[in-house]
Each structure stands twice: as C-alpha cells, then as structure tokens.
Write a protein that binds this ligand. Structure first.
Ligand SMILES: *Cc1c(COP(=O)(O)O)cnc(C)c1O
Length: 391
C-alpha cells in the first residue's frame, strides 16, 4: 500500500499574504453569478486594444523563422537600441544599448527577480506602502526584510526619508520607488529624486525606480524619468514597460535601464531562469517605441476624459480625493463610517461597481479606495450615478 503524498508548501509560500486580486476576483465571480451588471474599476489593465500598427508588425515578425529560435538573453540589440533612442527622445537620457538596457518579460518579472541578485538574508529593503504588491513579495522570496515607507497625503504620497532610523539605513541594500505612483497617482518632483540619489550615495543603496506609468499623463505635464536626474545612473536602475503605454499588458515585454553593474546582476539571475522575450514581440516593440505622438495623445485623451468625469463625480458626492496628474488611477478617501473593505463591499453590493480596497496595497492604504480608469466614459458616468444612489 502506498500512502498519500504529503504536499507541504515551503514557508516562503505559506507565509504569503493572500494575493490582492485573488480575493477581488472572488467577489467579481460572486457578483456575476448573481447576474449583476458589473462595472469593473478594480484592475489596472487597459480596456483599449493595442494600436493596429503594432499588431501588424507582430504579424510580419511572427512569420520570420529566425525569430522562432531561442532569443538572446539580454534582448535583441535592435530592441535595446530602440529603448535607448526612446529614452534620448523622451527624456534626453543617455543609455548605452550594449550594457545599460535589458529586456524583461514584463517589468513585473524584473521587479520580482532583482532582490535575488543583490539582497542577502537579513538585508533591509525600503518598500513604499501602499504600493505594487510585487515589491515586498520579491524581498520576501529573497530572504530580505522589507522596511515599509508609508506614503501619506501629508507628504504628497512621497516617502519621508527623514523618519527612517539611521540604523535601518545602514543595513539597507536596495529601495523601490514608483512614480507616477500606483495606487495613489502621485507624481514626484525633481527634488525628490535628488534626495533619493543623495541618500543612495550616503548609505550605499541600490535604487530601483518603477516608471510603468511615465507616459500616462494629463494636462501636458510630462512626468520625469529617474534617468534624467544627474547621478541616477551611478546608484540605480529604472524599470519600464510597454504594457501601460501601448496597451500591451498581454504581450509581456518590459525593460530595465541604468547602472550597468546592477543591470548585469539582474541579467545573471535571468540567464539562469528564463530565456528571454519572443523575438517577434521584441521586433513589434521596436515599432511600438516609435509610435507617432497623435496615437499616444489619443490614448491619453481617452483616460483624461474618464478621469475628468470620475474625479468630478466622486468629488461632488463628497469623497475626498486629488485630481490625478498621471497614471490611470483615482485614489480617494472612503466616506466616514466605512473602512476600505467595507466601502468596496458596499458599492459592489449596492451599485455593482467594483473597486480596490486601499489596504490591499499595504496597511497605510487603509481608509482609501482605488478606482481604475479602464472603463469607457458612458459606463464611468453610470458608475458615478450608481455610487451616488448607494450612499
Ligand atoms: C502594471 C505595473 C507594472 C508592470 O507591468 P508589466 O506588465 O509586468 O510590465 C509594474 N509596476 C506597476 C506599479 C504597475 O502598476
């Protein structure tokens, strides 16, 4: 007789907090089962298709047999050159395509892997909260310790470095920052990045800036890249993605740029774990990176129209929120008498509108709710009307 296999998860998996969007997905399925006409504003996944010229470029590239083999680990030189050219055009930042640019299977992949290259068990990593859940999880997988930097309204949703104990900074190996910010939609001024660079020099900290939303901006105010600040390349790298800019979340392509030693460290992890991005996708991404401004302005205009309606609508209802300058999120205080989860459950039940509880992005997000601008204008109006009735 064979006895049943005992499948025991490793503690690094057992100790994981429940994945935020898994519980939201459950709520969504439940609402759908009940036949609710759901307006889903919970997940930051563009509803607009990838621009046609990029899809066409993929079709052509997919036909080429030379793309059917294993790609190069660091990305095709033509792709890395296109990234370098794009940075020059957009930010006037100079990056050597040979060793200061690395392709990623979506920027989530790079963010998830970078602590494995640099963080020893017990090392501290500075993590903004509320924030993208992958930062603390990647630290956990590497055996590091996250030090939570709360992002508060009083500080413009920027970390307050002065509040971090000197002892912690001395033990810090790496820090994550992210502007335009998910979920708060805050943008960072030049002075902030200069402070980051000074801190990184002083305490020898590797800076990882996540710039996934740099191209989703409104009112012609272009967000900065970390790479355009003097000294940034001495201390850090920037993660970027085609996902949000070109509505390519399903394609899985992103890149890291900056300090060549940090890029090489991340590359070392990747060569041992994956085999790069399908070359046809890289070739189509070269086309994406040279997309004409009118197309991108059209995408921004779509989000801006939705932002204006949702911002005005929620402010009229009495929610406390700032008008986002970038990203496709609205970050609002929940009304008095609710906590984050209670409010999300209430407007799901009474209005059929699904949003994301702020505390799902970390404890400092408690008391907030995030709405994604990934729903067409008419449905956004409808969502506002329904939330108004539900309150
Ligand atoms: C969407 C997102 C990403 C990554 O997206 P990829 O599709 O993996 O490139 C990274 N950071 C933040 C903050 C995001 O919201």
């Amino acid at each position: 007789m064979r006895s049943k296999l005992v499948v025991e998860l490793a503690s690094r998996v057992k100790n994981l907090p429940p994945y935020l969007f898994a519980s939201i997905d459950k709520m969504k399925q439940e609402a759908k089962r009940k036949g609710v006409d759901l307006i889903d504003m919970s997940i930051g996944d563009p509803d607009i298709p990838t621009p046609q010229h990029i899809v066409d470029a993929l079709k052509v590239a997919a036909e080429k047999p030379e793309h059917h083999r294993y790609p190069s680990y660091e990305g095709m030189l033509s792709f890395r050159e296109a990234v370098s050219d794009w940075y020059k055009r957009r930010f006037k930042a100079v990056l050597d395509p040979k060793d200061e640019v690395l392709s990623l299977i979506g920027s989530k992949e790079g963010i998830g892997h970078i602590p494995l290259a640099f963080v020893e068990p017990g090392d501290t990593v500075l993590v903004p909260s509320p924030g993208y859940p992958v930062y603390p999880i990647s630290v956990l997988f590497a055996g590091g310790e996250s030090y939570i930097m709360p992002l508060t309204k009083d500080n413009g949703f920027l970390p307050d470095f002065k509040s971090i104990p000197q002892r912690t900074l001395m033990n810090t190996k790496l820090m994550f920052i992210n502007y335009p910010n998910n979920p708060t939609s805050a943008v960072a001024p030049k002075e902030f990045y200069e402070e980051v660079i000074n801190l990184a020099y002083k305490y020898n900290i590797i800076v990882c800036h996540d710039a996934a939303y740099s191209e989703i901006y409104f009112d012609e105010e272009k967000p900065l890249s970390f790479m355009e600040i003097e000294g940034a390349k001495d201390v850090g790298i920037e993660f970027h993605s085609l996902s949000k800019t070109y509505n390519m979340t399903g394609w899985r392509i992103g890149f890291a740029v900056g300090n060549r030693e940090i890029i090489a460290g991340l590359g070392k992890i990747k060569t041992n774990l994956d085999s790069g991005v399908f070359e046809a996708i890289q070739e189509a991404s070269v086309t994406a990176l040279s997309t004409d401004d009118p197309i991108l302005n059209g995408i921004r205009k779509t989000y801006q129209d939705r932002r204006d309606i949702l911002y005005k609508g929620l402010a009229n209802i009495g929610l406390e929120l700032a008008k986002p300058k970038a990203s496709f999120y609205l970050w609002a205080k929940v009304p008095k008498g609710f906590d984050s989860s209670g409010f999300v459950a209430h407007i799901l039940e009474k209005a059929g509108v699904l949003s994301t509880p702020g505390n799902g992005f970390g404890a400092p997000g408690e008391g907030y709710v995030r709405f994604a601008l990934t729903v067409p204008v008419e449905r956004t109006k409808e969502a506002v009307d329904r939330i108004k009735k539900a309150l």
